[in-house]
Design a protein around this ligand. Structure first.
Ligand code: AR6
Length: 194
């Protein structure tokens, strides 16, 4: 239907069974059903909290989230989640039932920022599907502390979501920053309209 693909209201059809919704907001408040939903945390490899959205998510989830993260095995000292990978925990006090922690690239020091950012989105969707998540909300991974330019990030994020979203009912972008939101919406209209 035209309304599902036009993107006027921030909704884009990804496949016969998946839809993308782009909205402004605070990801810590987001949920759909509190049982098959997950928010994505743009974390760092230690996975023990930090600034930006990571800090906000840990504060909203409560200390149990950090305790759950401590239990995620290290793959090497100080690294629970390498760049581009994803790990899942419960959401604890968050309205969403799960948190999928991922690590985006640091734009200025990653050898292949585009490949790493693509892997982060792809692996979040893969972990979501393995855990029967039907609804997932992403922030703009790497677009804060990690310094990824918004336009370039959107050009990686949106096609990657389209490629790997099948099996997930709704993929949401919940974007805190108005400039990021404007870029995402414009790029989605450009790249996802059918
Ligand atoms: N809801 C949605 N988006 C948010 C929120 C929120 N509550 N708060 C910030 N953003 P960042 P990164 C947006 O810095 O660049 C942490 O210290 C923000 O406007 O959270 O991947 C970690 O521990 C930006 O557009 O994540 C890592 O060390 C986007 O989320 C490092 O930062 C991502 O910004 C990760 O850096």
């Amino acid at each position: 239907m035209a309304s599902a693909t036009a993107g006027e209201d921030g909704q884009f059809k990804l496949s016969e069974t998946s839809v993308l919704k782009i909205k402004k907001g605070d990801i810590t408040q987001w949920f759909i059903d509190g049982s098959s939903d997950a928010i994505v945390n743009p974390a760092n490899p230690r996975m023990l909290g930090g600034g930006g959205a990571d800090g906000a998510i840990h504060r909203a989830a409560g200390p149990e989230l950090r305790e759950a993260c401590v239990k995620v095995p290290e793959v090497r000292p100080g690294v629970r989640c390498p760049t581009g990978e994803a790990r899942i925990t419960p959401g604890f006090k968050l309205p969403a039932s799960h948190v999928i922690h991922t690590v985006g690239p640091i734009y200025d020091s990653d050898k292949d920022p585009k490949g790493s950012l693509r892997n982060a989105y792809k692996n979040c969707l893969s972990v979501a599907k393995k855990n029967n998540i039907q609804y997932i909300a992403f922030p703009s991974i790497s677009c804060g502390v990690y310094g990824y330019p918004y336009e370039e990030a959107a050009t990686v994020a949106l096609p990657t979501i389209k490629e790997f979203a099948d099996g997930i009912k709704e993929v949401h972008f919940v974007l805190f920053d108005g400039n990021v939101y404007d870029v995402w919406l414009r790029k989605a209209k450009e790249l996802l309209q059918v």
